[in-house]
Design a protein around this ligand. Structure first.
Ligand SMILES: [Zn+2]
Length: 239
């Protein structure tokens, strides 16, 4: 197989784990000028993009050379976990223990320090996640509007996303996106992230003026930044 010369067909993807010992996908792209390697944020599989008609054997050689880089990147990916009965989480600063209550017919409710989840155990994690996303949408929307008003800007949309590596983003169309997991961080961290994205409405860069604006909008920017750097990974574990 190693000696076989295979010209990739446009758009064709295939598994070359057998040849390289690495579970990796190759994607041929008409736009690519050179080989590039990245880890797909959703599937967590390394993707090698190759220019159209690239020599398969050369691509394999490239992968072999990048083996240690690939392994390093894969090691950096946090472990994945589902929400489970007994987990302690926080939603916008309120500490809660997840409690599976199969007998209840409440859906998901917050009561006496518990996040009570009815229904079958198989659906518990998904139900908790959906509930947290709903809360995130409401809370982050309100906080974003409040901060945007402070600097005289309007937000087009606030969208809750399932991003893996980014906590938030702000587009030139004034749409702000947040990773739903941020709502499980301490309130000052949530506050900082919102301040950061809202400040981008005014400064679409990371200039001196941007940071000053974010600092003015945040309750404690330094704490928020530091916390995210040190603990963000833990929140990212939840799928
Ligand atoms: Zn930024």
């Amino acid at each position: 197989m190693m000696n076989m010369k295979i010209t990739l067909l446009t758009g064709r993807t295939f598994d070359i784990a057998k040849e390289t010992g690495i579970n990796l996908k190759v994607v041929e792209s008409a736009h690519a000028r050179k080989l590039s390697l990245r880890i797909d944020a959703k599937s967590l599989i390394p993707i090698l993009t190759v220019p159209r008609g690239y020599n398969y054997k050369k691509a394999l050689g490239f992968i072999q050379k990048q083996r240690s880089w690939i392994e390093e990147q894969l090691k950096k990916i946090p472990p994945r976990r589902e929400f489970a009965d007994g987990d302690k989480i926080a939603i916008n600063g309120t500490e809660l223990e997840i409690k599976h209550c199969p007998e209840l017919r409440c859906g998901v409710i917050i009561e006496d320090g518990f996040l009570k989840v009815s229904g079958e155990k198989t659906f518990l994690s998904r139900r908790v996640r959906d509930f947290i996303k709903e809360q995130a949408q409401k809370i982050l929307y309100e906080l974003s509007i409040e901060k945007a008003t402070q600097i005289g800007f309007k937000i087009n949309r606030v969208v809750i996303k399932d991003t893996k590596s980014r906590w938030g983003s702000c587009s030139t169309l004034h749409n702000i996106n947040y990773n739903w997991r941020i709502i499980m961080a301490p309130t000052n961290v949530i506050d900082y992230l919102v301040a950061h994205e809202v400040a981008h409405l005014k400064h679409p860069n990371h200039s001196e003026q941007f940071w000053q604006c974010a600092r003015n909008l945040a309750a404690d920017m330094d704490f928020g930044r530091k916390w995210l750097k040190e603990n963000g990974r833990r929140l990212s574990e939840y799928i």
